[in-house]
Design a protein around this ligand. Structure first.
Ligand code: ATP
Ligand code: LTN
Length: 335
């Protein structure tokens, strides 16, 4: 395990995970798990940048943990853990805050977009969110970060912070690379297909939750916004709704856009939407079954969670210790 390159990635427990989270990120984690020493995190500290109901957040963190396993992540092969269980994340984030400029943070599109959506709560955490993300990644000396396209900018700032730090103190951090899939890097909102699908959207019809029942999935696809041309053809600019459905269908069936266009040549949108819905149901059904089984055994989940945190903390504290020494913090004398 030691000589493999490392992966780090995470999802916020800020709602039920969507097929965007699955197809854009988690599915690739499962595919990469044999070739890397991987750290998969439930980034609960990040979720606090938007108001959460405490009881719900606690419940969801466990639920996301179970969903990771249900998607096929192996808790023995990978280190799967909750961010707040490893205090080094918040500690390194503080240090890195002192190496990050206000100017570069104010260019982040996720900040601008979330600030627009939550005008009554534009808190400092929302602003420094990418610094905590940089701390997550850099603590584990990760080489690769599999994420959806929306996180590209955050990966760039992570690299900038790491390079800045290394240029002052020597080679402390590995410079990470983003791994963004070719298909499904940006699944769009089903109701407003020019916006990204997001798990915290207030409109439930805008996203497919990984835990939605088959009926709900079929209904949401039936209601998905399309256009009036009645031709299944890939054209992101003029047909964002249909192109998004094609992207989802391609991701779950492995078919190319040409194959999909041929398959639905001369057929209506109703047939196409039904096929997309059925393919998604077929993908999610086995995951949901495993999820329901896992959720019956909370003690097991808790035990795996504790193990993950212990393993993660060991690696993270090594990096944190090095950073503390480099920047000149005095070590405590142990008696
Ligand atoms: P929130 O609504 O709380 O902002 P989110 O649904 O945008 O959450 P995150 O927790 O921010 O999801 O992201 C987790 C991972 O899923 C990231 O790697 C992100 O790039 C990916 N991801 C999120 N939404 C999509 C999407 N619509 N298409 C593809 N990948 C996505
Ligand atoms: N910012 C990501 C979630 C996230 C993450 C990370 C992803 C937090 N820390 C580290 C990859 C690596 C998001 O909101 N999509």
């Amino acid at each position: 395990m030691e000589d493999k390159k490392r992966i780090f990635s995470g999802v916020q427990p800020s709602g039920h995970l969507t097929i965007g989270n699955y197809l854009g990120a988690i599915k690739n984690w499962v595919e990469l798990q044999d070739d890397y020493d991987s750290f998969y995190c439930i980034v609960d500290l990040h979720a606090l940048t938007v108001r959460q109901d405490p009881k719900e957040l606690r419940r969801r963190s466990l639920s996301v943990f179970a969903l990771y396993l249900a998607c096929g992540l192996d808790a023995d092969k990978n280190t799967i853990f909750v961010q707040s269980h490893v205090s080094a994340h918040a500690e390194l984030a503080w240090i890195l805050n002192c190496y990050t400029y206000m100017g570069e943070l104010s260019r982040m599109t996720q900040f601008k977009e979330k600030a627009r959506r939550h005008k009554d709560n534009i808190n400092a955490g929302l602003f420094t969110y990418p610094v905590l993300m940089a701390a997550d990644i850099l603590l584990y000396q990760a080489h690769l970060v599999p994420v959806g396209a929306d996180q590209k900018q955050h990966l760039e700032i992570t690299r900038d912070i790491a390079q800045r730090f290394n240029s002052i103190y020597g080679d402390v951090f590995v410079i990470p690379e983003a791994y963004i899939p070719k298909v499904a890097a940006r699944i769009m909102n089903l109701q407003e297909p020019t916006k990204k699908m997001s798990k915290s959207d207030e409109n439930e019809n805008a996203f497919i939750s990984m835990l939605d029942t088959s009926d709900v999935i079929m209904r949401k696809f039936r209601r998905a916004v399309t256009d009036s041309e009645a031709q299944v053809r890939y054209d992101e600019e003029n047909k964002p709704g249909i192109s998004n459905l094609m992207n989802i269908y391609a991701a779950v069936t492995g078919k190319s856009y040409e194959e999909i266009e041929q398959e639905f040549d001369g057929k209506g949108y109703g047939d196409f939407k039904k096929a997309v819905g059925e393919a998604v149901v077929e993908t999610l059904n086995p995951i949901q079954e495993r999820y329901n089984d896992l959720m019956k055994n909370k003690d097991y989940l808790q035990e795996m969670m504790n193990k993950g945190a212990e393993r993660a903390a060991r690696i993270a504290n090594r990096t944190l210790g090095k950073v503390y020494r480099k920047v000149g913090l005095v070590s405590p004398v142990r008696g």
